[in-house]
Design a protein around this ligand. Structure first.
Ligand code: SF4
Length: 493
């Protein structure tokens, strides 16, 4: 059963309740390049995105949204657009005059004490009150222009006030979403959608399970937007997004989804559509047990040859599933056993199916080892399996590379640099590297990484190690070499 929510009007569509789950994306053009941005919106709408978000990082960009919306309407595209707002409540006031939805990040919407690490109780409440004041100013404009709001929390950019109180964790992210939702709710504005994103699959699942329970407990039946932030590039991003979003949809959580992939946003739409198609096929998986997440057991991957962990020991009991019966056999075995080991022929499943079945099993703890019985197991398929295992956090065999999807703030070829980082530094399990589009959000949102490259101006980047800026304004063509040098200096490789 899908979680019951309010239906939120966003332009000419609804999010939540019994309305179809909405696929959305975000442009990565410069917002002030009106023609380019309109063109990308049109391509995304033609590809079946139902909502497109556009960054508005300054007054010029917020004003550009007016022309973008007009041009879209003139071209016959009346689908809703959303503005992405960070750091400046004034921009929300402007953008709300032109778009159908605005996303605010409560972590940076108002920060009264930018140098604070710890807060007195008085400062805590002063800042909370300042947020309320800004939201009060916004609401009449939202109502007059029929604009919805997404309270979009990102674990990488939580308010220092909440980090001080709860720690830099999921609990702080949930509190951030809930406190803003309560302010809107008390002011009788309920056209809200909520999201909590992290770059970790497990944390994304845990956060949204807790968030939906908490919202329901408080009677705040707002729809939930799902996504993994900085999921990465190509298959890496697809695997992380499919496991997280697919699992949550199985739980009945999620009313709109975005698969964030580094580079061309057009690639996001078929990936999101596939998740929607496949999760329904595996709905019975939701009935399987959910154990507390633990890293105690490190799953093994056996094959009929010397690949991966080699041949399986004789004493392990595997159950063999195929594409048509995965649920019945698994659930029967789990009636008598706490854990199972699976035997599969990967040629019977595609990547999305593997992510949903294996991802569910490893995240929820009922799956242990895997035996791939393919006669001619291809290395790329095996890499996918390692990728799924890595995404669940249960076993790491590669460097984890997180990368933001890019947006209008990105001023270098992030797709190329991300690919180069993956190629050159792939063999360091336990190491997390980041490639981020801009210094506005990049340094904050790459906290999970030990080191990262962050765009800083046109075709230039900075390098951060353990959150510290170690190299500045490197021409983008030299950045990989400089990154390697810094990683060596800090003994990371
Ligand atoms: S980190 Fe990436 S997606 Fe986020 S604002 Fe910067 S460029 Fe855009």
């Amino acid at each position: 059963m899908r979680r019951k929510t309010l239906q939120i009007p966003v332009g000419n569509i609804f999010i939540g309740s019994n309305h179809p789950i909405i696929v959305q994306s975000m442009t990565n053009t410069a917002t002030t390049s009106i023609d380019e941005t309109v063109d990308q919106c049109i391509k995304l709408f033609n590809a079946n995105a139902k909502l497109v978000r556009i960054t508005a990082q300054n007054v010029k960009e917020a004003e550009a949204l007016k022309l973008i919306k007009q041009n879209l309407l003139t071209n016959g595209y009346n689908q809703p657009i959303a503005a992405d707002i960070h750091f400046n409540p004034q921009l929300a006031l402007r953008a709300a005059q032109y778009v159908d939805k605005i996303r605010i990040n409560p972590g940076n919407f108002v920060n009264l004490f930018p140098n604070n690490i710890s807060y007195t109780s008085e400062q805590y409440h002063q800042e909370l009150n300042a947020i309320k004041v800004e939201i009060e100013k916004l609401i009449p404009i939202l109502i007059n222009n029929k604009v919805a709001v997404r309270i979009g929390v990102n674990k990488g950019s939580l308010s220092p006030r909440l980090i001080d109180k709860y720690g830099n964790n999921i609990e702080a992210a949930i509190e951030s979403a809930i406190e803003s939702a309560i302010i809107f709710n008390k002011l009788n504005f309920n056209n809200l959608v909520i999201s909590i994103k992290t770059s970790s699959v497990y944390e994304t699942i845990r956060a949204n399970r807790l968030l939906s329970a908490k919202l329901d407990q408080l009677g705040l039946f707002y729809p939930i937007h799902l996504g993994v932030t900085e999921a990465g590039i190509d298959k890496h991003g697809i695997i992380k997004s499919t496991i997280a979003i697919g699992n949550l949809l199985l739980d009945g959580i999620g009313d709109t989804i975005r698969v964030s992939l580094t580079g061309d946003p057009l690639k996001e739409i078929p990936a999101a559509q596939n998740i929607l198609n496949y999760y329904e096929k595996f709905l019975p998986l939701r009935l399987l047990p959910i154990y507390d997440y633990t890293l105690e057991y490190c799953p093994k991957v056996f094959t009929n040859n010397n690949l991966a962990d080699g041949l399986p020991p004789r004493d392990i009991d595997f159950i063999e599933i195929n594409n048509s019966n995965p649920f019945e056999l698994i659930s029967k075995k789990l009636e008598t056993n706490k854990y199972i080991n699976l035997k599969i022929n990967t040629s019977q499943f595609d990547l999305y199916e593997l992510c949903i079945i294996l991802g569910r099993g490893w995240i929820d703890g009922w799956l242990r080892d895997l035996y791939l019985v393919d006669n001619n197991l291809r290395q790329d398929i095996l890499n996918d399996i390692w990728g799924i295992l890595q995404a669940t956090g249960k076993r790491k065999t590669l460097t984890e590379v997180i990368s933001c999807p890019s947006c209008g703030r990105t001023m270098y070829d992030i797709e190329k640099i991300t690919k180069e980082v993956k190629e050159r530094f792939s063999k360091y399990p336990g190491l997390t590297l980041a490639v981020m589009g801009c210094i506005v959000n990049g340094p904050g949102e790459m906290k999970e990484a030990q080191a990262g490259i962050v765009g800083n101006g046109l075709n230039k980047a900075n390098i951060y190690i353990y959150g510290k800026l170690v190299s500045k304004n490197i021409p983008i063509d030299n950045v990989i070499d400089e990154f390697e040098k810094q990683l060596k200096i800090y003994n990371l490789i």
